[in-house]
Design a protein around this ligand. Sequence first.
Ligand SMILES: O=C(O)CCC(=O)C(=O)O
Ligand SMILES: [Fe+2]
Length: 365
Amino acid sequence: MKPFKVSWEKPESQSTKPSSRIQFNPLVDNGSLEWTGGLIQELGGTEKEKQGVLETLQKTYEHMTGLDDEFLKANCKNQNAQCAFWGSIGECDKNPSYMTKSCAPACQSCHLLIWENRCPAKEDLEETAAYGPGDLGSLFKKIREGVFDEYGPVEILSDDPFVVTFEKFLSEEECDALVELGYKIGYDRSTNTGPFDSFGNAERVVSNTRTSHNAWCKTELCTSDPTALAIMERISNVSGTPDHSYHEHLQMLKYETGQFYKPHHDFIAKHLEYNIGPRVLTFFLYLSDVEEGGGTRFTKLDGLTVTPKKGKALLWPSVKELDPLSVDERTEHEAMSVISGQKYAANAWIHMYEYKSEHDKGCTG
Ligand SMILES: O=C(O)CCC(=O)C(=O)O
Ligand SMILES: [Fe+2]
């Protein structure tokens, strides 16, 4: 292998600012820019950072030149100018769901861009199922028998499919804490799941059928927050999953006046091809009252509409009781437009199989 030589240029405008980031051009061989592994990478400001980035670039170069797959050679790219820097500070291990895909050269993980390499099908998946045929019926029976009345009053709004509310599932403080966590993470415009690319990853698409904003409880700040953890454990207890690793990360929602989510189903058929299985249940949390509007309406259950109330939880299945890998079309629903005021809420989607470690590997689509 030819030696990897590097040089960099310091843009004039930054030359007097020692702490500023310096743009880095990896110059390969005799000074010609043969390959950059995607975006040109930035060097850190300090000597130590620079050294780390250079070491990562050296490893990147060896990884890229060692690839024998032409498709990967052409398509494996750093998609952010700081990939090499992040790689040098351990982010490939700390944040693999982003890094292995979006900074694959810097993580020397190009082979993991291929879905089958990154997400091999689990052989013992069936043994880990949270629900078998009939289990949703048993859960509903427990709810009816008052096992979870500490979160009540419990209201049974529909028997088949079951639609249930727990009036005092969260305390006022817990609701405020989740809303606040949403602000710390940042509420972004909500998206829908779009088409899947050649690597099996779903595109996120902004859609005029869903106009709210949301914040995912995915980062340390939220996943290790004691309030968020207590709520996730409570949801796990009631829904009967082994633990909250079977749930998607909490998704906090914010609707301003006029915002809505048109009729849809939470079931995503593509999930059946992954190790996570389908969304079995939706645990929906109302984190605020709403002055007017903003109800959750079940379009195929005679328009059954749940009025938001701070602290209330709404639970329904997305799959059939006796065939829990198949969608139950009857639980299509919509978030009606907020007529006045604001609405805060959160989704917890519960899967058939373990979710969170698959998410960390970038295997949830
Ligand atoms: O906001 C609501 O009432 C329901 C939201 C919803 O259905 C969803 O986010 O999937
Ligand atoms: Fe939904």
